[in-house]
Design a protein around this ligand. Structure first.
Ligand code: DGI
Ligand code: FE
Ligand code: FE
Ligand code: FE
Length: 186
């Protein structure tokens, strides 16, 4: 699918603010793809569709998680986590995207997972550092991303986990396991 058509499809699913975020993720992810040697068209597609399900209602997402036999543990955690696996499912079903790596980059863009592919890492980091993001510490991650992708990924996970802890939120197991696996490997 051409970039223009893909953007038109996703725009209908998103608010203006979230669409602008999506353009930022696309731009950032392409820069990372060129730097780290990933397929630019795949990265572009994953970035465009990563938040496809962000505004689906919770009951619809819950039904999909139940019916598609996704990890039921998701339902115990913040519903903010649901749009990633549900998005991968819907992008395949409604848009016809079949590339497994692209679908996994969408599926794991919120939690991460152990042994992420290069494409998955690029989308995860780009989502955090795109130009529209203004989290405390984001500039440090932008600098790390210019040097070494795994360091940027670890810092993103650290910041996210710290943010969740401060808000008294539960940490999803994949998030912790992703962090641990990277720190132990590094
Ligand atoms: O969809 P975006 O806002 O672009 O970003 P995202 O999909 O990376 O994250 C969405 C939200 O999910 C964000 O507010 C933080 C939250 N989140 C990420 N990891 C975890 C989490 N929430 C919980 N409870 N546990 C996690 O491990
Ligand atoms: Fe998201
Ligand atoms: Fe993210
Ligand atoms: Fe996003």
């Amino acid at each position: 699918m051409e970039r223009k058509d893909a953007l038109e499809v996703v725009k209908r699913q998103l608010t203006d603010h979230r669409y602008t975020h999506t353009l930022g993720v696309m731009e950032t992810a392409i820069i990372l793809a060129e730097k780290y040697g990933e397929d630019v068209k795949k990265v572009e597609q994953a970035a465009i569709f990563h938040d496809y399900a962000k505004f689906r209602n919770k009951d619809e997402m819950k039904k999909i998680i139940l019916e598609q036999k996704m990890p039921q543990i998701l339902l115990q955690y913040n519903s903010e986590l649901w749009h990633a696996p549900v998005g991968a499912y819907l992008v395949k079903k409604e848009v016809g995207i079949e590339d497994a790596d692209v679908l996994n980059a969408i599926k794991y863009h919120t939690s991460g997972r152990v042994n992420m592919s290069l494409l998955e890492k690029i989308i995860y980091v780009a989502d955090y550092i795109e130009p529209g993001r203004h989290f405390p510490g984001v500039e440090e991650v932008r600098e790390l991303a210019r040097q070494e992708l795994n360091s940027a990924l670890i810092k993103t996970l650290q910041n996210t986990i710290t943010f969740l802890l401060k808000k008294n939120q539960a940490i999803y197991p994949d998030t912790i396991e992703t962090y641990n696996s990277l720190v132990l490997k590094h």
